[in-house]
Write a protein that binds this ligand. Structure first.
Ligand SMILES: [Zn+2]
Length: 317
């Protein structure tokens, strides 16, 4: 007797009615390729050299738009209340990027005089600024990725974040783009744009970011045994304006997939809170530190200008 079992019939009917609305975003599915998303910190509103603020800001937004990728912008609050600050937040918000919290005035939580109470005020003050924007998110990124230097401070700020509905705006790939940016601007000021050899800075920048990305991906593969969707920390600065386009291409040419930062944070890896003192650095670095298996490999701080300075000196950058 030929008949279609009821279960099969139901499957056929549901297939005809279309996919269920709970179907996962393809970007969240397991992948055989390394994946990276982009996050930007701080948010400044001044012209840089001859680049008008509105222009260099738009260069970053254009590079993201060209790839149709959504980033998260973790901003300080103190300089976002004037006209330029509001323009900056609106521009990112209206292009569909998310706005996260990066304190009011960028203090270092590991400094002796920065208490949990001070950081709670820092979080709440900036929350009151960004919450007016439709694309704001309740994620908090620690300045310098310093999440506390005593058990009391670490537990205290985690309680404050949870009480305010906030999650950690973790970074998995940390680097020193801010330092390359600083040296590029200094060089252009000294010798002019023609003589500054922007291409050499671009090459160094691309090599540096990919090198750090591959380092953290390799460490992550050992710890997680899969390709997690990474969050790369970049800054709102001139190197992002000039080189982001090429950086995205470089990642793709080396086999990486580009994913949206809000989607990356949906991965379970971002719910991990490694128990180390001091807390912070890249999430992957701190997971490795907490495991106790990588003492030889892990430098502290994980990333810093001191590691890039000799190389840039020798290249004349
Ligand atoms: Zn910052």
């Amino acid at each position: 007797m030929k008949y279609i079992p009821v279960v099969l019939l139901l499957i056929l009917i549901s297939a005809c009615l279309g996919a269920p609305s709970t179907e996962p975003d393809p970007q969240t599915l397991p992948t055989s390729k390394p994946r990276v998303s982009f996050t930007f910190d701080d948010g400044i509103t001044n012209d840089i050299l001859h680049y008008r603020f509105e222009d260099w800001n738009k260069m970053i937004l254009d590079a993201l738009d060209k790839e149709q990728v959504k980033a998260i912008f973790f901003v300080t609050g103190s300089n976002k209340l004037d006209e330029k600050g509001r323009y900056l937040l609106s521009s990112w918000n209206d292009w569909g990027h998310r706005i996260g919290n990066h304190t009011w005035s960028h203090p270092n939580f590991n400094a002796e005089d920065n208490t949990v109470a001070i950081f709670e005020r820092q979080l709440l003050q900036t929350n009151s600024v960004i919450s007016k924007y439709s694309n704001h998110i309740q994620r908090f990124r620690f300045p310098y990725l310093k999440e506390g230097n005593t058990e009391e401070k670490i537990a205290g700020i985690r309680t404050v974040m949870a009480a305010n509905g906030y999650q950690n705006g973790h970074v998995t790939i940390d680097a020193s783009d801010w330092y390359i940016n600083q040296r590029l601007i200094k060089k252009i000021r000294e010798v002019g744009e023609q003589a500054a050899d922007i291409d050499a800075f671009r090459d160094f920048y691309l090599t540096h970011i990919l090198e750090r990305a591959n380092y953290y991906e390799s460490l992550s593969m050992q710890l997680n045994e899969r390709h997690i969707p990474h969050t790369l920390l970049l800054h709102h600065n001139l190197t992002s304006a000039l080189f982001l386009d090429d950086l995205i291409e470089k990642f793709k040419s080396e086999g990486w997939e580009i994913v949206d930062a809000p989607v990356a944070y949906e991965d379970e890896v971002y719910r991990i809170q490694p128990e180390i003192v001091p807390a912070g650095e890249s999430l992957i670095w701190s997971m490795a530190k907490a495991s106790g298996n990588y003492e030889e490999l892990l430098r502290y701080p994980a990333e810093d200008s001191r590691y890039e300075q000799p190389v840039m000196d020798s290249l004349g950058l």
